[in-house]
Write a protein that binds this ligand. Sequence first.
Ligand code: NAD
Ligand code: TYD
Length: 340
Amino acid sequence: MSTIIVTGGAGFIGGNFVHYHLREHPEDRVVCIDKLTYAGNLSTLAPVMDNPNFRFVKLDICDREGVFALFEEEKPDAVINFAAESHVDRSIENPEIFLKTNIIGTATMMDACRAFGNIRYHQVSTDEVYGDLPLDRPDLFFTETTPIHTSSPYSSSKAGADLLVMAYHRTYDLPVTISRCSNNYGPYHFPEKLIPLMIANCLNDKPLPVYGEGKNVRDWLYVEDHCKAIDLIVRKGTIGEVYNVGGHNEMANIDIVKLIIKELGKDESLITYVTDRKGHDLRYAIDPTKIHNELGWLPETKFADGIKKTIKWYLDNRSWWEEIISGEYQNYYDKMYGNR
Ligand code: NAD
Ligand code: TYD
């Protein structure tokens, strides 16, 4: 039996990964550490809380003493670092916490890996470290050799973390890998992000705030396909390598919003164009050739099916997101969208 430490497991992708891992590898023990920031929800982990192979520990990945004590106790075989401040709009308002969690937190986790026997470390990163691509060059894609060229405090903090991960490999021989994935969607996605925000607002007949003209393009991947890719990289990936993960599923924001409106039987008059995001990245598009050729990974969920499944999940799990949008989130929403 292996013990895997998963950080940020009360969040969107980490939570889906915990469920995936316990289901696919029942022989492993999963220890989730999460600070439970505004983005962390214990209700996401409720279905596995009683699983004897699962343990939840409320802990900040920047808390060196706490992290080292946990490593001493658990003696993990691998660490997968999902924990991060993840929302671009929040990073524009207040970059500092992004630098702390995303950079110092990553270094703290890797220092613990070094201190306890050079433990296998995987960094969950993002395609946003490559910056953006022009809208009029559909032939261009991000590969693993595309230069790092960030736009937002969020992407810069993730890029800083990636550079540190590669430095720990080169300097200390830490056995690391990095995955850089495109935008995910699926269950347990916090409703401040495009797809769950539009679903929740649609269901509540609230305006759908589209930034700028809605022409920005993202490359959407169903979250479970991302979980599979990470699992493959951790087990079979080449140490010291970066793997891009993406589904060749590019869509303009406005088309996603219209699709959600249609699926929910609402009216396009709900669409409200609002002031654009500062420094808004135009287009992300991943070339996933490397992970396909080396590890045989391919996305399995088509967007048309994934978005239906996702919408159904939000309809079937209203209490999960209604609880979120009724709390502190409302202050955030009023501040972000009030005068936009
Ligand atoms: P999320 O915001 O939904 O979840 C982040 C989780 O990390 C939360 O549970 C939060 O409580 C926890 N956390 C935050 N700061 C912490 C700290 N200091 N110590 C411990 N826990 C802390 O984020 P997500 O969308 O699930 O993203 C997970 C990872 O995947 C991030 O590293 C993100 O950069 C990356 N990523 C996300 C996407 C996407 O589309 N969402 C795409 C590519 C990569
Ligand atoms: P988001 O889900 O924040 O992900 P990211 O910025 O990391 O790609 O946003 C996805 C796209 O949707 C991005 O181009 C910004 C846009 N967007 C809106 O138009 N309206 C919104 O209310 C939000 C949250 C995002």
